[in-house]
Design a protein around this ligand. Sequence first.
Ligand code: HEC
Length: 182
Amino acid sequence: MTPHLTRENTQPARAVAGNPNNCQLMIPMFAIMSGLLLMAVFLLLAGRVEAESPPPNKYVAQRIALMSSQKKALQDLTAMTRDYIAFDRSSARAARRALIRSTRRIPRHFRRDVTDLSSHARGGIWTNWADFKRHADAAEKAAHALNIRSASGLRRSLPRLISACHNCHQIYRDTPREFTTH
Ligand code: HEC
């Protein structure tokens, strides 16, 4: 199938063919020169972009990793209450322990008022530190209160923890999404 030629893309070809000889030499030269110039501009820009977005901050990366681990533990427990996976007391106990430990670490991980482009933390954390800590404390208490003796015990005690995660996110995290925490 032959492509349909429009007037626009046939005309420049005719113009080149109709030019005198010296012009035919000038055109490739000009193409090479402008190609080199374009490359130089790209390299310059690439350097600048790198300089403007610093690598993720170490503390920010750590607090996000802490939160992600909590999400994982919570997902495992939620799956057990919904029969996606069979209730398993020893892995439920491990998840509960991990959640108690990680919720206790929240204040320590957020102590520094630092941020970077990957962060969704709100500045309010550091101006309302006592309140932020209260939210972390509520989550720790809810993790403690998890009943891992049976699937039904877990089903009854999980919502308190999930609301504790949500309550803090609603105030101190940007772009809260309904299903991030569970
Ligand atoms: C005391 C407040 C607080 C509590 C409690 C809390 N979070 Fe967070 N969470 C935050 C803040 C603030 C951020 C944003 C951190 C950032 O982006 O720098 C966050 C971010 C997250 C993220 C997103 C991480 C990412 O990839 O960007 C997940 C997932 C998360 N939290 C899960 C949980 C779960 C699950 C719980 C409950 C077990 C929980 N959080 C409890 C404050 C809290």
